[in-house]
Write a protein that binds this ligand. Structure first.
Ligand code: HEM
Ligand code: SF4
Length: 556
């Protein structure tokens, strides 16, 4: 795991001291809220419906036990005993008091964390595959790349006032678990077919929000050593040419769309050729230094399949199901990567109480080389678990209400905070997620349905990724009444796609019925083991639309 050097530590402390002074001036009235706003946004502090909200960066979703324990402490002492993990692999606190925030930032600095660049028109927290370093289909761990970008982009003087926010995601695997195609820049580590050299496929112009777009490839094989110079060229073209006249047209996706990907690529390549690459690219010694922080832990030499695990599974079907659904194979024989679902039926998706955070931190320390991950699907991961320890972990998670076997299933819903907390929301999203979870709570039914991703946003900004949900739900407001638009066929993987709208908006209470009808069409029409999304692709929208219309009519 990356550790702060002296410079990092001093810088973060100085920033806290500066913000403490700014908060003091806000509290004694010498700064108005308007004057204070740009200062707080530099430190991840938003003003929401009921309170200030603090967004904490979790770089590429990697946490240590010590860090998670500190988050638990902050939640308990300064919030309401819980925190909310987000689709950007970050953590948000919804109820901190402004006067306490400097203290919270100091507690974060104690464990090498901060909130810088979690808001504003800058390069935000870099996200990555949550199975980085352990996935069997991985070519290279994406985190050294993500850390390099984090260092390069932190307080980058040229890119601190971009036309709009900027999000970068990195994956090192064949299968995209980091939704790279919905980011302003998406990077995929891949081998060149002729030289076998590890290089980057670079995509630009993905994004969700009111104009969803899938990123387009601008370079198939960028040599690793050229990364920062190439990123700098992209950022410079965007910074100079992105639209500053209209906030809704300011993201890089709009520039790419307006001038076309060929012209955008031409301008980037021209800038890349012009700039002095060696002065921008990272020193290879520094790249090597960063990479050492991500060397895998020393694994025990174990047989590929644990006999203890197999025997326990044979006698306990509930446990066996949990292992089947919530774990994936690991690079190291005898190990597994375990996803802990933060989606127990009826709980706000992504919320964890301080006690739950502490338990997970303890489990990571005892069983997973002290390491954890946050997933963009708002779950947690213990990346390095011996298969034979899974039963003990399952029992402990069960006592804390964290043993739901639903990862990737219909109840593993992504949801933004919506009208429960967010000042921009046009509708609720958490209660809709809860209603759907209740409808499909039966474990057997979930198993029968198989993999199905529902994603919900409480407004057009799409924080809940609804466009790329197999089923997407967007909460809108029509003449003072909440209305829910359903989309079908979105995909967040390497087959990234934006879902299509099925029909008119529904009332909140009709959403579970509509979902049920859509699911029934699939269950009846699927061929063999065909997944929901594959069936939607094969069948097209037609049959689903027809089923959906029955509910839409009933409301009208
Ligand atoms: C609570 C206060 C929040 C505010 C005020 C807020 C604001 C916004 C806005 C204005 C956009 C649209 C930006 C654009 O299209 O240019 C956006 C996008 C997004 N936000 Fe949030 N958000 C909030 C919370 C969250 C949360 C809780 C999550 C994660 C669950 C999140 C993750 C995202 C993501 C993934 C996107 C879309 C990706 C993209 O930028 O293209 N945000 N947010
Ligand atoms: S999608 Fe809208 S309602 Fe949901 S968190 Fe984002 S801004 Fe708020």
């Amino acid at each position: 795991m990356y550790r702060y050097d002296e410079f990092d530590a001093r810088f973060v402390r100085e920033r806290v001291a500066q913000f403490r002074d700014q908060v003091g001036r806000r509290l004694n009235g010498s700064l108005t809220e308007d004057e204070f706003k740009p200062l707080r946004l530099k430190n991840g502090v938003y003003l929401q419906l009921h309170a200030y909200m603090l967004r904490i960066a979790v770089p590429y979703g990697t946490l240590s036990s010590r860090q998670l324990r500190q988050l638990a402490l902050i939640g308990e002492r300064y919030d309401r005993g819980y925190g909310h993990f987000t689709t950007r692999q970050n953590l948000q606190f919804n109820w901190p008091k402004l006067r306490d925030i400097p203290e919270i930032l100091d507690l974060l600095a104690d464990v090498e964390m901060h909130c810088i660049q979690t808001s504003g028109n800058c390069i935000r927290n870099v996200t990555a595959d949550h199975f980085a370093g352990v996935a069997q289909d991985e070519i290279e761990d994406p985190r050294p790349t993500a850390e390099l970008i984090r260092q390069w982009s932190s307080l980058h003087p040229e890119f601190s006032y971009l036309p709009r926010k900027f999000k970068i995601a990195v994956t090192g695997a064949e299968h995209d678990r980091a939704v790279i195609k919905a980011h302003d820049i998406g990077l995929r580590l891949r081998r060149h077919p002729d030289t076998n050299a590890v290089s980057y496929e670079v995509s630009v112009g993905g994004g969700l929000g009111r104009t969803p777009m899938i990123g387009k490839v601008v370079r198939d094989y960028l040599p690793k050593a050229d990364l920062l110079a190439y990123l700098e060229a992209i950022m410079r073209v965007y910074n100079l040419e992105g639209r500053r006249d209209n906030k809704y047209k300011a993201r890089v996706k709009i520039l790419v769309h307006e001038i076309g990907v060929e012209e955008f690529t031409r301008r980037v390549e021209e800038e890349f050729a012009r700039l002095d690459g060696p002065s921008v690219n990272a020193d290879p010694a520094e790249v090597a230094r960063i990479a050492t922080y991500f060397t895998p832990p020393t694994y025990e030499v174990l047989p590929a399949v644990s006999r203890v695990l197999e025997a326990t599974k044979a006698t306990n079907p509930t446990f066996a199901r949990w292992v089947e659904v919530n774990t994936v194979p690991h690079k190291a024989p005898g190990y597994a990567a375990l996803t802990i679902s933060l989606k127990p039926i009826g709980q706000a998706p992504g919320d964890a109480t301080s006690e739950q955070m502490r338990l997970v931190a303890d489990l990571a320390e005892q069983y997973s080389h002290d390491e954890l991950r946050v997933t963009h699907a708002q779950n947690l991961v213990l990346p390095h678990v011996r298969q034979r320890d899974l039963f003990a972990i399952w029992q402990k998670l069960g006592e804390a209400g964290l043993a739901s076997a639903n990862v990737g299933m219909i109840t593993d819903i992504i949801s933004c905070p919506g009208l429960d907390y967010c000042a921009l929301a046009t509708a609720r999203s958490i209660p809709i997620a809860q209603a759907i979870q209740h409808r499909f709570a039966d474990a057997e039914r979930q198993r029968e349905i198989g993999e199905l991703n529902i994603k919900i946003s409480g407004c057009i900004n799409a924080c809940g990724h609804h466009h790329v949900g197999h089923i997407g739900i967007l909460g809108l407001e029509k003449r003072g009444i909440e209305s829910y638009q359903i989309t079908l066929g979105g995909d967040a993987t390497e087959n990234a796609a934006i879902g299509e709208i099925l029909g008119p908006g529904l009332a909140a209470e009709d959403v579970p019925d509509a979902i049920e009808r859509i699911v029934n069409v699939y269950v009846e029409a699927r061929q063999g083991n065909e997944s929901f999304i594959d069936a939607v692709r094969r069948l097209g929208l037609g049959p689903f639309k027809a089923a959906f219309q029955e509910v839409a009519h009933a409301v009208a």
